[in-house]
Write a protein that binds this ligand. Structure first.
Ligand code: NAP
Length: 294
């Protein structure tokens, strides 16, 4: 008999995709508990027989109730990036609630090299990893590299002006399709290893922004020039462009981290866990050329 698997953040892109892959792998819908702050958003999953529960990391008593009876819990990191410690508090609450509810195994979505990463919110992930380990429960940590889908934020803007402003220099990123990450996570949960394991989920190749710009340019059919800046120049450009000041240090830290090589690690973990070929970045760019070059 399959034990119950609780997936938090089930209305988000990743949580929903993990549930999709669990179902594809033959996990009975009744064994999957989908947690979300807004159950209405996943009425389609309820209609398929997935158990849907309200679950909010800002409501610990409610979360303990939601987690009741769950054997394995995947805690999907939240999107709170206010720089005020909200996300760290939310994740700590989720880990504590899982233990109080009697969970037997924990999994968590982190980011590569959280011990040293220059990404501004890496400490949130490192501290959550530590909290997960401190429970003493069997665990899986999924250190997810940047999604290919993140390029939906950077590239349309860059193509509009023909220039991609970056301070990443010659740093490389092993972008990975979000669905490949989800497939890998589902695979690991279903075939839970005998030892607690930390995976780094990456694409199959790490490319510089210059290389990505060339591939994107060929896919979209428009020129794209990479403009190398310092972190300070990049921050200044973002401010001049009207980005909210509070988010600028975080955005710049992505380029700092890339330059430092924090996102360049390539592992075979995604294909090993998903059991399928991962999507190369070139294919992602070609599939999405209309949106990326719009
Ligand atoms: N590796 C990368 O490139 C990358 C990029 C973006 C984000 N991320 C991280 O990976 C996570 C999943 O990615 P995604 O693409 O699925 O993001 P997404 O679609 O933006 O979803 C955000 C997620 O945060 C959850 N969440 C927010 N506040 C919450 C709260 N108070 N309690 C419980 N859950 C809360 C949402 O759950 P509900 O709305 O269902 O409650 C949802 O699953 C993100 O939240 C972020 O931590 C990684």
């Amino acid at each position: 008999m399959t034990d119950t698997i609780f997936i938090t953040g089930a209305s988000g892109h990743l949580g929903r995709a993990v549930i999709h892959h669990l179902l594809e792998r033959g996990v009975a819908p009744s064994k999957i508990i989908a947690g979300t702050r807004d159950p209405d958003k996943i009425a389609d999953l309820a209609a398929r027989g997935v158990v849907v529960r309200a679950a909010d990391f800002d409501d610990k008593p409610g979360l303990v109730k939601a987690f009741a009876g769950a054997h394995t819990i995947l805690i999907v990191s939240t999107d709170a990036l206010d720089g005020a410690g909200t996300r760290q508090r939310q994740h700590s609450t989720a880990v504590e609630a899982a233990v109080e509810a009697g969970a037997k195994r924990l999994a968590y979505t982190s980011l590569p090299v959280p011990e040293t990463s220059k990404v501004s919110f890496a400490p949130d992930h490192l501290n959550t990893e530590k909290a997960v380990k401190a429970t003493g429960l069997p665990y899986l940590l999924f250190r997810d590299n940047w999604y290919q889908e993140n390029l939906f934020r950077a590239l349309p803007h860059a193509f509009a002006g023909g220039q991609w402003y970056t301070s990443a220099g010659a740093g490389r990123t092993a972008y990975v399709a979000r669905d490949d990450i989800a497939a890998a996570i589902a695979g690991a949960i279903v075939n839970w290893p005998t030892q607690s394991t930390t995976y780094t989920l990456t694409g199959t190749e790490a490319l510089t922004n210059e290389q990505i710009a060339k591939l994107a340019s060929a896919a979209v059919g428009k020129p794209l020039q990479v403009v190398d800046l310092t972190d300070e120049q990049l921050a200044g450009g973002m401010k001049a462009a009207g980005l909210p000041e509070a988010i600028i240090p975080t955005l710049v830290s992505f380029d700092t981290a890339t330059r430092a090589g924090d996102l360049a690690l390539v592992t075979g973990d995604v294909e090993a866990l998903s059991g399928r070929k991962s999507k190369p970045l070139k294919v992602f760019l070609e599939e999405n050329k209309a949106v990326l070059g719009a």
